[in-house]
Design a protein around this ligand. Structure first.
Ligand code: AMP
Ligand code: MG
Length: 351
């Protein structure tokens, strides 16, 4: 299949291109598009064939549900059976934005889109190109991240091209995304709302609106949900992973640098190419082959924005073993560590 690639400036949207993309979606085709979190792979959320195509293009297990993207609040009510007061307040505070909410679904949403679940995940993105495309499509776009299943999510169009060129109808390129990590997911099907995936909207921001919020124990602990049926099937799968062996090293700054340099020398002795995820503060202290500065420790939004790109760069560079510093930062630390630990298969070295 020939994949059309079109640039759309978010500040001066070319409506002709958006309408063309909307037509592709209405006919059951697939279009990758920018959102504020990561690039999404869109299909008509109400068309089971389109959802099947999304799973096929990504190589995604079909029980891993898709998020339905809407652009107007009126479009929420036809696809969910109940919107609790608390969810309405959260929507008022953070929609449009990087927040996904889970509700019991109506029959309008095919089981192919919900991954076989009786619930549906809904998000209203704030990115102007995403909002324009949703409206052009008619209201409901199912979109997981636009990457091959298991690989780091795409934060620039080049990542989408690497993974999906030839497998989908169109890619809209609007430059790098703002946030770089997927949306925060809050489940409203329990008495107390539960964070299933951490993101830019952090626990404190949710608590400001909701009061008590629970956190799914699987977010940072690989073993927490063992034996329990996971709430979100996505939690079962290996995710965000580069091809190399990645380990996260935890400890004081000095100990981390010394440990990573020791491990680098050991890997060099085996003839391996070594990558390190460093920060502005430490980049000059390492001896590895491919030292990636992910940003400054004083700006964890910058760290979040660069994480997936750095993981992909290791693949491009043929890095075989990689070590990362740990980022338990105040604002986005939970979201960053959730992705980083999954990418590392929860391989942690404490020093
Ligand atoms: P992604 O496709 O990578 O953007 O992630 C979509 C994720 O949303 C899935 O992996 C699930 O974790 C989550 N999700 C979507 N729908 C549901 C649902 N009905 N219940 C629980 N989690 C969901
Ligand atoms: Mg994904």
């Amino acid at each position: 299949m020939n994949t059309e690639i079109k640039m759309v400036d978010p500040d001066r949207i070319d409506q002709e291109i958006i309408d063309h993309a909307g037509d592709i979606l209405k006919k059951g085709g697939l279009v990758a598009f920018p959102t504020e979190t990561v690039y999404g792979l869109g299909g008509d959320a109400l068309n089971p064939d389109a959802s099947r195509k999304i799973y096929a293009a990504k190589g995604r297990p079909s029980d891993n549900p898709l998020i339905v993207h809407i652009a107007d609040m009126d479009h929420l009510y036809p696809i969910v059976t109940d919107v609790p007061e608390q969810a309405k307040r959260l929507a008022e505070a953070y929609w449009p934005g990087p927040l996904t909410m889970i509700f019991p679904k109506t029959d309008k949403v095919p089981l192919e889109t919900s991954g076989g679940l009786p619930t549906v995940a809904v998000r209203m993105p704030v990115h102007p190109v995403a909002a324009a495309l949703i409206r052009a499509e008619g209201g409901y776009i199912a979109a997981p991240s636009a990457n091959t299943s298991g690989r780091p999510s795409p934060t620039v169009a080049r990542h989408v091209i690497e993974d999906l060129s030839g497998r989908i109808d169109m890619i809209i390129d609007s430059g790098p995304v703002n946030i770089g990590l997927e949306s925060t997911i809050v489940d409203f099907t329990e008495d107390i709302p539960v964070i299933l995936r951490p993101g830019y909207i952090n626990k404190e921001m949710l608590e400001e609106v909701l009061g008590e919020v629970k956190i799914d124990p699987g977010i940072l602990d690989a073993n927490a949900n063992k034996g329990i049926r996971p709430k979100a099937p996505g939690m079962r799968y290996r995710h965000y992973a580069p091809r190399c062996d990645l380990a996260v090293v935890e400890g004081s700054r000095e100990a981390v640098v010394a440990t990573i340099n020791g491990l680098t020398e050991a890997a060099h002795a085996e003839g391996k190419k070594v990558g390190v995820i460093a920060t502005d503060e430490t980049r000059s202290l390492y001896v590895a082959d491919d030292i990636r500065d992910i940003g400054s420790r004083s700006d964890d939004e910058e760290i979040a924005r660069h994480l997936f790109e750095v993981l992909r760069d290791f693949d491009t560079d043929g890095v075989e073993v990689a070590f990362s510093e740990s980022f338990e930062t105040p604002r986005m630390g939970m979201a960053i560590m959730n992705r980083l630990l999954k990418a590392a298969g929860h391989h942690i070295i404490r020093c």
